[in-house]
Design a protein. Structure first.
Length: 284
């Protein structure tokens, strides 16, 4: 019995936990017709994420705040707030933005959500990819790459303008084909859960899923100091588009997953670390 528990980590069951959150959110949505329940469910997911990081950390040093926790909370509130506002304005945007009413309303809810995830994943992945190619976008995106450690909360560390660019790239195509409010709310919730997992400081054991699911083991490679080596694994939900772009990598002897001290922006080691400075840094 002891040997069994020594060999089992939180991420052995993490796909099940992730799917459980999706099913729980979808079920409550169908039964209540309200998005208000998403807030306590997301708070519970954050608690689960932090507990997993304490239980089996990938890098113990990353569990210790480095003067960044308060800043990351502000980033999370601002960016999640903007996401919530976007969802709230879906009916208004649908009314004023010309669109094609071709949304597959007759599909089961979870199939509609899966479709929305794939479309949003493509748009956000491409916005992310081009943010590493063009300086005007990189200056905004660099805020996210200034992190010195990876843990769940810093997935929400983004410049508000870059957050708006990614949101537009991911959701505008869906709005143009008539995405309903219910799917938009569920998509926003799942994106927040995914960002927690993508930056989680958990020693994840994914098996073959590492080639498909864009969570921490693959995304750590994206945050290495070396800018060239970090131009990989751009996907938010999946590695599908990275395989097509030729930007997918995984852990190997030649390319081990980065550890403490190997993250950040190599060319800007003194990048500002407080919230206000990070807002203005892209314009300096």
């Amino acid at each position: 019995m002891c040997k069994y528990y020594e060999n089992v980590g939180p991420m052995d069951v993490q796909p099940i936990i992730f799917l459980s959150f999706i099913f729980a959110a979808s079920s409550i949505s169908q039964n209540t017709g309200s998005a208000a329940w998403l807030i306590p469910l997301l708070l519970f997911a954050i608690v689960v994420s932090f507990a997993a990081e304490k239980w089996l950390p990938y890098e113990k040093a990353w569990n210790t705040p480095q003067g960044d926790f308060g800043r990351d909370i502000v980033h999370a509130i601002v960016n999640e707030g903007s996401l919530a506002l976007t969802v709230a304005f879906i009916p208004i945007m649908t009314a004023i933005v010309p669109h094609f009413s071709i949304w597959p309303h007759h599909w089961p809810l979870l199939v509609q959500l899966g479709f929305a995830i794939i479309v949003a994943d493509f748009g956000i992945t491409m916005a992310h990819y081009f943010s590493h190619k063009y300086k005007v976008l990189w200056r905004l995106h660099a805020v996210h790459h200034s992190i010195k450690r990876m843990y769940g909360f810093n997935g929400l560390l983004k410049h508000p303008l870059h957050q708006a660019i990614e949101l537009s790239a991911g959701t505008l195509p869906l709005l143009l084909i008539g995405m309903p409010l219910e799917i938009g709310a569920l998509l926003g919730f799942i994106a927040a859960i995914q960002l927690l997992l993508q930056h989680s400081n958990v020693d994840m054991r994914l098996g073959p899923l590492k080639y498909v699911w864009a969570v921490a083991p693959g995304h750590r490679h994206h945050h290495v100091k070396d800018g060239t080596k970090g131009d990989v694994n751009f996907g938010l939900f999946t590695h599908l588009w990275d395989h097509l772009l030729g930007t997918f990598v995984t852990n190997s002897n030649e390319r081990p997953s980065p550890r403490d001290g190997e993250l950040g922006i190599g060319s800007q080691p003194n990048y500002p670390q407080n919230y206000i400075s990070q807002l203005f840094q892209p314009f300096k």
